[in-house]
Design a protein around this ligand. Structure first.
Ligand code: NI
Ligand code: MN
Length: 226
């Protein structure tokens, strides 16, 4: 399976002939490696929550490719109301899709759906565990450090963890999260996009030490996981 970091919290996961994107904030993302029209054809779009730096280009990409948007119930309702294909889930649930298996897990964060004028302007923020081509990827979303992460111990190969602080965990809490989950590989995200979330990924790597392999990805560079 190959993971490509698209800046901020956006990742492209490819494996087994399928292509899935997490939190496709490309337009307006100062760290995006290419414009949205260079995002390759997608099978599915996984969203952690409804803030604009995560919802991003999800709706136009879903419509372009007839790619299914998978997330929490209210956020998918909003996307479907805008004409996108969607599959509604809730935190704690697992579903097997043609492209892979998705489980939504807890995240502690804000629930606003930015751009929504419906009577459901809020959703449950979540983390996402995707199994694609036999590799289990945990995208933590925007979250505080939470004891719930301990429930993922032994169930994750690759952890995508925010380190930028202010809106999410900072470096020190992210290191504790790695200790809770003990993934094989950890990739920092949600940092240095803007000044408010400035963080040093090398400091993160030093503090994780031997607990996991820290892979620091430049936007646009693919990383293959064996
Ligand atoms: Ni957020
Ligand atoms: Mn965010």
């Amino acid at each position: 399976m190959t993971l490509t970091f698209l800046g901020h919290a956006a990742f492209l996961a490819e494996g087994g002939g399928k292509r899935v994107i997490f939190d496709p904030f490309i337009t307006g993302n100062p760290k995006a490696p290419f414009p949205v029209d260079r995002v390759p054809r997608l099978d599915a779009i996984l969203l952690s929550h409804g803030h604009s730096d995560h919802l991003g280009d999800a709706i136009p990409l879903a419509k372009r490719d007839q790619a299914i948007i998978v997330s929490a119930y209210e956020l998918v309702n909003f996307c479907v109301s805008q004409g996108a294909p969607g599959h509604k889930m809730q935190v704690g649930g697992t579903h097997r899709f043609p492209f892979g298996i998705v489980k939504l897990v807890p995240a502690i964060h804000g629930g606003a759906i930015e751009g929504s004028t419906s009577r459901e302007p809020n959703t449950t923020p979540c983390g996402i565990v995707l199994t694609l081509d036999g590799v289990r990827v945990y995208h933590a979303g925007d979250t505080a450090l939470t004891m719930d992460m301990q429930l993922l111990h032994g169930a994750v190969d690759v952890m995508l963890v925010p380190i930028g602080d202010n809106y999410t965990m900072g470096v020190e809490d992210a290191v504790r999260a790695v200790g809770f989950v003990e993934p094989r590989v950890v990739i920092p995200m949600h940092y240095n996009t803007w000044d408010a979330i400035a963080a040093d990924p090398q400091q993160f790597r030093r503090l994780v030490g031997t607990r996991a392999e820290v892979v620091i990805l430049e936007p646009g560079k693919p990383h293959t996981l064996s």
